[in-house]
Design a protein around this ligand. Structure first.
Ligand code: FE2
Length: 133
């Protein structure tokens, strides 16, 4: 079965809930890709809406973590990046342009996981040490 994004170990941040949610977003993106391949426009619109919903929920959780992280300097920039993604994907929900939106989603997600999401690890990790048993 084809996939838009194949998860790679390098996408893992080591923060359990972030990785679970990132993998969930990739799963929805791959479902979207399959809907595109099947040529079902109603399904495409439905899964696009699901991607928006799932991403909004993850971004809110990630932003809450970062807002509670002392010294993290990029919260405003990070929030903007998240909202730009939502705006772009949501605009495609109204009038899907399949190839364009799939390319955008793949490039944005991989770039985001490997870019700004990696940059917060040096701030988050020290305060998110393994919980005591
Ligand atoms: Fe992020």
């Amino acid at each position: 079965m084809s996939a838009l994004i194949v998860w790679k170990a390098e996408y893992d941040s080591g923060i359990e809930f972030v990785d679970a949610q990132h993998r969930g977003i990739v799963e929805v993106a791959n479902t979207l890709f399959r809907a595109l391949e099947s040529g079902s426009n109603p399904e495409l619109a439905r899964v696009l809406a699901l991607l928006v919903e799932y991403s909004e929920s993850h971004f809110a959780a990630e932003e809450a973590m970062l807002a509670a992280t002392p010294g993290y300097p990029d919260l405003a920039k990070h929030r903007l990046a998240h909202s730009a993604f939502i705006t772009r994907v949501r605009s495609q929900c109204v009038s899907p342009k399949p190839e364009e939106v799939m390319r955008f989603i793949r490039e944005w997600l991989v770039h985001h996981f490997l870019g700004i999401d990696r940059q917060y690890l040096s701030y988050v990790r020290p305060t998110r040490a393994a919980p005591s048993p």
